[in-house]
Design a protein around this ligand. Sequence first.
Ligand code: ADP
Ligand code: MG
Length: 314
Amino acid sequence: MSKDIALDEHLLIQKYFSDIGSAFLAERNVEITVGDDASVISSSRNTQQINSLDTSIEGVHFLSSMSSADIAYRSCVIALSDLAACGARPKWYSIAITLPQVEHSWLNSFSIGLQKFSDEYRIPLIGGDTTKGKLSITVQVMGEVDSNKAILRSTAKEDQLIFVSGVIGNAYLGLKELSDNLGTDSYSKAYLEPKAHIDLGLKLSDIASACIDISDGLLQDLNLICQSSNVGAEIYLEKIPTSISEKSLELINSGDDYELCFTVDEDKYDELMNISKTLNIPITLIGKTSFSKDLILYDADNQRVELNSGYSHF
Ligand code: ADP
Ligand code: MG
């Protein structure tokens, strides 16, 4: 830990971070966890480790009005979502947290959010770092796949079906409720408590040719599959599953839903619908990959919808 947190560092870590998800250490092959110089994990043959890391910053990736339990939970789920997109089994996570000050009630609720995350995905917190500064949370997640089973972005083929899980835009509607103080909470849970579709990712690892989790927006994330796979896509606006009937570009491309978007060979359609039934997760066909390298969106009248070219974080 850095020297600049004005509290017994050892005690702080011990109190709030040492026991999160410890029930799952054994099943995840973690031998040494929080408290030593580093953690120790046993590895097995015939598997590959899948590693991902995400930083959440106050005012950018979460609202300052959110409870620290919600901040912790959401920061972890959105990091884990990358493992879902790869079709990986979660193994463990670590956290680097930067805090403006040490406030025990805040930390207590933060660790409750972590515990909820750990319990839901059976994943132990095995280490981290704690420093002082503007609030930010970096979560590293590690998972595992059977060798060569990871679903990549770069392996979609032409003439495959494109699907999305769940409903698109609910997190956007939820964020609006929360930030505009609308006084309603029909959708806020979708923003505060997204799901990492681990079980779906695991099932998809046998049938999907490419997959991405939708963090930045359906079209721009699908575009990343297209670019890295060197294919195009034709998408039908009317088919995109949304909760409200007005399918504005803003709504369908808002991000934050952490649904999965993936490509599948046509002959796997029935198998996919069975998976949807078994997991009780809606899976919707929204279009097809194409030979052209463009992403084309059609409206209800089969007219091309004008799209901005490219989006970025900055
Ligand atoms: P060092 O100075 O050797 O890096 P630290 O004081 O940073 O040690 O960390 C001591 C132990 O506590 C390590 O096992 C580290 O992984 C863990 N740790 C520190 N901060 C956190 C945190 N926020 N969450 C989980 N574990 C943490
Ligand atoms: Mg350290």
